[in-house]
Design a protein around this ligand. Structure first.
Ligand code: M6P
Ligand code: ZN
Length: 186
């Protein structure tokens, strides 16, 4: 394989070049937001774009490094901030790094033994997600949250556990403040 360049726009998070774009609307995240009624209403009124991922095309194999940008648009579903689906890695002993370019948010992580960790994300923050931690990103600001991620080629995504159980915490807005609360459905 030959070396290659791609070009990242630091303001928009868009990558120009050899990449595929993943677009997630609210309707792609069924049941993931706590307020099912609010989610249903928005979907019925025409749906909403929640985030995009610009993923550079690299073999999903040991030795390679996957890398992408994610752009989470600001907003809430009910009182819960816009977020990614969240996943474990299919190959669970693989880590990941997030570097924030723009915006503010939270990185919610959880192990299978339920241990939970929440880190702040802001321009310049470099978060390390160790092996075995599921991860979800939440935009708690009023502007897009844009971050660059790097992870091992073979890591893969396992969405099943998060889709069925969610995370044990929710990141919500209450009285104008960002709150981390227990997920009543967990
Ligand atoms: C980050 C990385 C990607 C992931 C994306 C969206 O950019 O972790 O691997 O796909 O966030 O998150 P999710 O796949 O959970 O929707
Ligand atoms: Zn990951």
């Amino acid at each position: 394989m030959e070396p290659f360049n791609n070009y990242l726009n630091f303001n928009t998070g868009e990558i120009l070049g050899n990449c595929n774009i993943l677009i997630r609307h609210l309707s792609d995240m069924e049941g993931m937001y706590h307020d099912l009624e609010a989610a249903r209403k928005i979907i019925n009124e025409g749906d909403r774009l929640i985030y995009r991922v610009y993923n550079i095309d690299v073999p999903e194999k040991y030795g390679h490094l996957q890398h992408c940008t994610s752009i989470i648009y600001p907003g809430r579903i009910g009182n819960e901030y816009h977020m990614t689906k969240g996943h474990f890695h299919a190959q669970e002993d693989t880590a990941e790094i997030y570097l924030v370019l723009q915006g503010t948010g939270k990185l919610l992580m959880q192990k299978k033994d339920r241990e939970v960790k929440v880190l702040d994300m802001q321009s310049g923050s470099i978060s390390y997600i160790p092996p075995y931690w599921a991860h979800r990103t939440i935009n708690t600001g009023n502007t897009p949250l844009i971050f660059f991620a790097v992870y091992p080629g073979e890591a893969g995504h396992n969405y099943g556990i998060i889709k069925s159980k969610g995370f044990s915490k929710l990141i919500i807005e209450k009285d104008g403040q960002i709150k981390v609360i227990d997920n009543p459905n967990y």
